[in-house]
Every structure is written in C-alpha cells, then in structure tokens.
Design a protein around this ligand. Sequence first.
Ligand SMILES: C[S@@+](CC[C@H](N)C(=O)[O-])C[C@H]1O[C@@H](n2cnc3c(N)ncnc32)[C@H](O)[C@@H]1O
Length: 467
Amino acid sequence: MADPESKVGEARPRRAERLEVEIDSLAQGGRGVARRNGYVIFVAGGLPGDRVIAEITKPKRRFAEARAVELVQAGAERVPDTCTHGGEPCPGAPWQGLAYPAQLAAKQQLVTEAMSRIGGLETGAVPIEPIIGADQHWRYRNKLEYSFGPGEDGPILGFHARGRWDLVVDVEDCHLAGEAGNARRNEVREWARREGLTAYDRSARKGLLRNLVVREGRRTGELQTRLITSAQKLPEPPVDLHTVIEGSGSGTDGPTGVLGRERLTEQLAGLRFEISHDAFFQTNTEMAERLYATVGAFAGLTGTERVFDLYCGIGSIGLSLAADAGEVWGVEVVAGAIQDAERNAELNGITNARFRVASARTGVRPLVEEAGRPDVVVLDPPRAGLSQKIVRRVLECGADRIVYVSCNPTTLAPNLAQMIEAGYRLERLQPVDMFPQTPHIECVALLRRHGPIRVRPDEPDEGGADE
Ligand SMILES: C[S@@+](CC[C@H](N)C(=O)[O-])C[C@H]1O[C@@H](n2cnc3c(N)ncnc32)[C@H](O)[C@@H]1O
C-alpha cells in the first residue's frame, strides 16, 4: 500500500504551475485553503466553496503558496464584489466576496484556532466572546495609502495589484475610504497630470511621484495629505500637501519640506487628538471607540490605579483611561508620537498622564524605577506581538491586570500562553471587527494575576535588538 508521505511528495507542484482546486476553508491571514492528497495549497483570492485556477508562487515540501488567477465556479455563498477597479476585485478588500455574517464567523473561528493550535490553550478553557461586528461595513477607513504608476494619460493613482509590486491599478472610488478622501486622491492625480509630473518607475528607479497618504478626520472633516516623491521641487499643489522627499536609491533622505497643515485633528472617546502625519492612529475611528470602551471595561479602573500604556502611540488609549485612573504612564518608541501624546494630554486638560520615549524592551524596568509598580498594564503592540523577553519585562511588573490589545491572533496566542504559564488567568477574550472586507482581526484580552508570578531568566543568546 502506498505510504501517505510519498503521496504528499507526488502532489508537490512546481513554481508557476496552474492547478484547478477547490477551496475548503480559510487560513490565518485570510487565504483560501485547498488540499490535494494531503498537500495544502494556500490560495490568495480564494474563498470557501470556490473552484479556482491557482498559480503556484512558492512550492514547499509540505505546502505551497498560490494566487487565484481565474474563478472557475464561485462558491455557493459568494456575494457580488462591491469594490472593483478596472473590473478586478479591490486588493484592499480580499474578503468582500463573503457576506458580512460569514466574515464574522470566519474571524471567530480563526481566533479559536489560533488559541488552540498556536497557543496550545485548551479550547474550552479560553473564554472567547462573540466578535463585536462593525457598524459600517464600507467607507470606514480614515487613512488610505495609494501608489502612483505610469498610465496612458499621465500618472495613475491606486493600489498595487495582488502580489504585484510593479503593477498599479488606477482607483476612481475606493469603497473603504470616505467620500472626501476619495475626492482628495482624485484631485491630486488630476493636478499631477495637469502639471505633466511623472510617476516613479519601480523597475527603472526613475520618475517623481511615489505614494500618497490621505487621512480624514471623520469627526472633524479635516484632511491631511502626504505625498512621497523623489524630487526636491514640485509645482504649487492644489491642496495642503506634506511633501516627503525620498532618495531614488535605497536610502531615504527624509522629510525636507512640509506644506500646509502638519497635524490632523480627530475626536475619539470624547477627547480631541492632534495627529502628526507620521504617527500611528487607529484607522477605523468609529470602531476604535468600541475597542477603547472594551479596554476600559476590562481595565476595571476605580480612580486610584497606576496604569502603564505600553506601545501608546499618540497616547489615545491611556488618555481615554486617565479620568478613571490614579495615573497613566505611556511608553512609545516614536518620539514624534510622544510629543503628540503630551500635546494631546494638555489639549484635553489631562494632568495625570506622563509619556516616555523608549522601546518596550528596554523601557519597562526604568519606568518601574521611576513610577513604581503598575496595577494595570495595557499592551497594544504591532502585528509581530511581543518577544518572549518583552513578555518577561511585563511579567516582572507583577501587575494585577494585563489588558492586551492585539491586531494578530497568531502572535497573541503564544504571548498569552507565556503569561498564563507565569501565573495569570485569561479571564476574557473579545474579538472586535475593525476591518470589514479584510481578514484582519483585533482582539482584547484580560489577564488577571492569581498568585505569585514566576518569571524565567532571560536566555543568554536572546540578542539585544529592540523588538
Ligand atoms: C498598534 S500601534 C498602537 C498605538 C496606540 N496604542 C493606539 O491605539 O493608537 C503600536 C505602536 O507601537 C509602537 N512601537 C513599535 N515598536 C515598539 C517598541 N519596540 N517599543 C515601544 N513602542 C513600539 C509603534 O510606533 C505604534 O505607535
């Protein structure tokens, strides 16, 4: 009888090979999963029930990566695409073919799987609450980044085609952006054409216009526009552009000129925030409010607690908690964001919040020296999550509660497992849908200390680079 392992070997496809496959489920990160004799193919652009022609991009021993190049037969639950550009589905909305309830069910399932398969946590023991769905399924993003590309009538301005760094698809109406942001993008493209400006050619490394970032204050109606170019001088722009000049080689010359408004004002959780053009701000204003309300409920503040807000950005979580806390200390690696945080505290008359520029890895011990031990630690790291070493720095604080905001369940799961092993109990885990039509999943976890915390020593070979 044939050994199943050899069957897997036989099924291994070659790079660029095209195969007709059926998608049976969704994987972490949002790609469709197809199987041939036990060999798994992750197909970008494939949704459950679809039969697609998949082009293999990376064949490996146990699985391959691929992209759907043709939809042979749509799955029974497919809904028509809302957002298309030049007849192609929008690369920024890869799950738009799934009805919204199916998107929510898939996200709930992916969180559950991440906890059990990656975190090794017993499924029954993880209190995963039903995902909070978004109020607005389209036009919810307050920030979009577009790329310029060469077109017949001058530069086009839109998104990279899926998996194509060298091909830009022109965008007339992005259904994830607001109407004002769409109008601003089109206005900049018309200006570029009128002035005869060229798009930066990524293969030839020649040309002028590279990217455009449009941010909208959803509550204030303000717009902030950042243009990334390869030239020092531009004709008079029609709008308040911030020009950032990049070198045409690999290096970046950095911002050399800023025109118009440098900071955008937005309102969130009853506070006013000023946001510098390079600082992180939650991209879905309405759902960020729901996220922060969840953080507040999990933090359970009574007016006396010392709260550490690690990875604080412009201070928005810490400031939204300040009225219910004794004191708030924010830590963030980007100096400009900390300046924004301090200005935002002042702007809102908040006097019990302090902010420090530091990396989470090296900044926590000095902060405990300066401020004392926290009662509550809030964490909101980028997608990579926390290294084991940073988790140890957090554990050393011995906080009663840890509220962990995560935009990636696959890195959240092992971080939670490490905290549970050290002596925390995972009390609540709340997924929140901040990004409809995409596979991105946000979660808020509440961990509570239930006894002494055991922190393992750092490994000698863990390295010293800031994570
Ligand atoms: C997901 S954002 C969260 C920002 C903020 N909590 C909010 O809700 O707007 C992550 C933040 O972590 C910062 N960051 C990245 N690496 C860091 C590090 N090693 N130490 C401290 N902050 C870091 C980023 O600059 C960014 O502002």
